[in-house]
Design a protein around this ligand. Structure first.
Ligand SMILES: NC(=O)C1=CN([C@@H]2O[C@H](COP(=O)(O)OP(=O)(O)OC[C@H]3O[C@@H](n4cnc5c(N)ncnc54)[C@H](O)[C@@H]3O)[C@@H](O)[C@H]2O)[C@@H](O)CC1
Ligand SMILES: Nc1ncnc2c1ncn2[C@@H]1O[C@H](COP(=O)(O)OP(=O)(O)O)[C@@H](O)[C@H]1O
Length: 270
């Protein structure tokens, strides 16, 4: 089943899928801009960005098509650019209410502390350090380098322990679901190891999830893992295209998503 959904004549912005985004903070406003920009470039009917004033202003400056009014969404992207230790109670309860909304969620960075409360239709996107912190919350001490040394083991163990789909970031990104086959996506270069690159991945994943939300109910199909693997693939392919062998910024990755997706679709059409 194709995960990148090409809009049809019968589509409108709502039928394509709306992504709700609660990311960014006054400390890390850029993460909100990066995730929203990447989601828009990946292709989605609409984005509702709901966050603090500073990131909201910056998001609207970069992407005026984003809607900042609350309303129905088909998937949520939560946590990039937040700090779980500094989050207010009000922000925590807004994240909890998104998790309880009955739609699939991506949980990143500063919302990963809420993973023990997440439902089965959740994809989490930790790097090794964030995964170590998540395990520490349930009383298991494991250091970041042990996770990096055996990412397949830790991705599977996390999926099984928390009942969610795991996308463990790194040069080799590992995707594991509680019952799905494990998938590995290896980057063709390491220029993507740059600040905000993971925030861009979150946006790609959120958009793919929102546009596939109607198929997610049946986890037996392994669709969450396929969505996650497609996001990781697009991220590294867009990074490679933007780089051409030289340095890139996180926004460069987002900027090259359109042509990267067009290439992929034209290859699949033949
Ligand atoms: N432009 C932005 O707004 C960005 C926001 N970001 C957000 O920033 C938050 C924190 O993410 P991180 O992955 O950095 O958090 P982590 O908590 O995983 O990383 C912090 C770790 O890095 C270590 N560290 C810090 N500076 C270091 C240095 N110069 N050399 C070696 N080790 C160093 C610290 O001791 C700590 O262990 C997240 O919410 C994330 O989404 C990042 O994505 C970067 C870009
Ligand atoms: N050495 C590497 N080679 C290729 N890609 C990498 C490498 N290290 C990290 N990445 C990718 O870059 C992104 C980094 O995400 P993350 O660690 O969350 O950074 P940030 O918090 O700054 O956005 C992830 O998509 C990860 O897979």
């Amino acid at each position: 089943m194709p995960i990148v959904r090409v809009p049809r004549e019968s589509d409108d912005k709502y039928r394509r899928g709306v992504l709700g985004v609660r990311t960014g903070s006054n400390m890390y406003p850029g993460a909100a801009v990066l995730g929203v920009d990447a989601a828009a470039r990946t292709g989605v009917g609409m984005i509702r960005y709901l966050g603090p004033d500073v990131p909201t202003g910056l998001v609207l400056q970069r992407r005026p098509e984003v809607v900042t009014a609350p309303g129905r969404v088909q998937a949520w992207l939560l946590g990039s650019g937040m700090d779980a230790e500094k989050r207010s109670d009000a922000e925590t309860s807004l994240l909890r209410s998104a998790l309880g909304d009955g739609v699939p969620c991506v949980i990143d960075a500063g919302a990963l502390d809420l993973v023990p409360e997440a439902g089965a239709d959740t994809i989490i996107t930790p790097h090794a350090g964030e995964l170590a912190s998540l395990w520490a919350r349930v009383g298991v001490t494991i250091d970041r380098s042990s996770i990096s040394d055996d990412p397949v083991h830790w991705a599977i163990a996390t999926a099984q322990r928390f009942g969610v789909t795991v996308l463990l970031k790194g040069a080799r990104t590992i995707i594991a679901g509680p019952s799905a086959e494990t998938i590995s996506v290896t980057a063709s270069s390491s220029w993507a190891a740059t600040a905000g690159s993971g925030d861009v991945l979150g946006g790609i994943l959120g958009a793919l999830l929102a546009t596939n939300a109607t198929f997610v109910a049946d986890e037996a199909t392994g669709i969450l893992s396929q969505v996650a693997a497609t996001a990781a693939y697009l991220h590294q392919a867009a990074a490679a295209r933007a780089s051409g062998g030289g340095p890139i910024t996180a926004l460069d990755i987002a900027d090259s998503l359109g042509p990267t997706i067009a290439d992929l679709l034209s290859r699949n059409a033949h």
